[in-house]
Design a protein around this ligand. Structure first.
Ligand code: APR
Ligand code: PHB
Length: 394
């Protein structure tokens, strides 16, 4: 088989890129290790930046998003139970975010791929990349035990943090940068109305909590937990008690409790691999970088990467101009590092670190008090939260 662009992984990065290339008349095939139900079933964050919403519109993927997405012009912070509001829309001159679960985004991407005949190969085992430094790279895998081979012009590694693509970059070229946080997030979904119209990021003496949602009748809540906690340590009642405590008595007393139908613990990590291109291989999304979920930048960063890469590949195929692909890594990393900084900072000021002493705690409280009282500080938070511009191509 032959194609122009081989895309490894059918997560948000791979599927948005597949739709972008399809729109521009560039041949691409997505090769995914798992099946659709598995990829679509993974519960992830649910806040879309304007960049992501705009792309869904441009790709004709926004019908359900328009109907079901919850547009938020603000967000709330809470310090030891005292909540304050950040009016992001006013502070940024009109920008908003849209709450719409990643699972819904994936469903829209896959449904449209079926309708448009965007090819996806599911259940590809032992995917391997070869000759990436040549002009004729190739991807091999096994399908139901049978060996397959795809020749292409470019390979795009959209195979997430644990994929094989990043590892194809020679060790003396790849540089990695990492922070692992000494806590996790325990998240639940429950069919109860959300406690507030907008999200609440809560810093409490006992640890971080987040009140989020999927719809007017479905809530998504998180509490910071210990890294060695197990889901079984957290029966629903303990979860609700701890959540309400951390949100404070005012908000906590308004929380509607109910049985959770999803409960999982996720570790938190910051990670960047540089460069995001080697030979004919490009990396996009989690294959190149990870952010902690505070601020919900993960999927949005995957979208900004592939928006830039889509433009670059269109320039290559339509105009014979390689400036975009040559500049991709630098341009993408410039935005990635700003999102890394924001996610790291937002995590640092809202979580309880095991090594924190009284001084650290008071500095954290002072920082949140400063944000409460300063329009300039609120604006800095707001412009990062709604998403920074993509940045110039050159
Ligand atoms: N071969 C083929 N596919 C692979 C391989 C492989 N060797 N390894 C991993 N994959 C697939 C995974 O099964 C997954 O479906 O690649 C996909 C990667 O998807 P994500 O991990 O979601 O990564 P990405 O598309 O970059 O998404 C970025 O969305 O899922 C969130 O947490 C993620 O917020 C981040 C954002
Ligand atoms: C979510 O709704 O899952 C969510 C929202 C905001 C975050 C992280 C996760 O910062």
């Amino acid at each position: 088989m032959r194609t122009q662009v081989a895309i490894i992984g059918a997560g948000p990065a791979g599927m948005f890129l597949a739709h972008l290339l399809h729109r521009d008349g560039i041949d691409a095939i997505v090769i995914e290790r798992r099946d659709r139900a598995y990829v679509e079933g993974r519960v992830r964050a649910g806040v879309l930046e304007q960049v992501t919403v705009d792309l869904m519109h441009r790709l004709g993927l926004a019908t359900r998003l328009e109907r079901e997405g919850l547009v938020h012009g603000g967000t709330n912070l809470s310090l030891d139970g005292r909540m304050f509001h950040i009016d992001m829309k006013t502070l940024t001159g009109g920008a908003t975010v849209t709450v719409y679960g990643q699972q819904e985004v994936m469903r829209d991407l896959f449904d449209a791929a079926d309708d448009r005949d965007v090819p996806i190969i599911w259940n590809a085992a032992d995917v391997a990349l070869d000759d990436l430094a040549s002009t004729r790279p190739r991807v091999t895998w096994r399908e139901e035990g049978i060996g397959r081979r795809l020749d292409c012009d470019f390979v795009v590694g959209c195979d997430g943090y644990h994929g094989i693509s990043r590892a194809s970059i020679p060790a003396d070229v790849l540089r990695t940068f990492e922070r692992v946080y000494p806590f996790g997030w325990l998240g639940i979904l429950a069919d109860v109305p959300p406690v507030e119209d907008e999200l609440i990021y809560a810093n409490h003496e006992r640890g971080f909590a987040l009140a989020s949602m999927r719809s007017a009748t479905r809530s998504r809540y998180y509490v910071q937990c210990a890294l060695d906690d197990a889901v079984d340590d957290w029966p629903d009642e303990r979860f609700w008690d701890e959540l309400c405590l951390r949100l404070g008595s005012d908000v906590g007393s308004r929380v509607t409790r109910g049985p959770s139908f999803e409960k999982a613990i996720a570790p938190l990590r910051s990670f960047v691999g540089e460069p995001m291109r080697w030979g004919r291989l490009f990396l996009a999304g989690d294959a190149a970088h990870i952010v902690p979920p505070t601020g919900a930048k993960g999927m949005n960063l995957a979208v900004s990467d592939v928006t830039m890469l889509g433009e670059a590949l269109a320039q290559h195929y339509q105009a014979g101009n390689d400036a975009g692909i040559d500049g991709y890594s630098r341009r993408a990393l410039a935005r990635v590092w700003k999102a890394e900084r924001f996610s790291w900072w937002f995590t640092s000021v809202t979580h309880r670190f095991p090594t924190m002493d009284g001084f650290d705690r008071r500095i954290q409280m002072a920082e949140l008090e400063y944000i409460r009282g300063s329009e300039a500080a609120q604006r800095a938070l707001a412009e990062n939260y709604v998403g920074l511009p993509l940045g110039a191509a050159r």
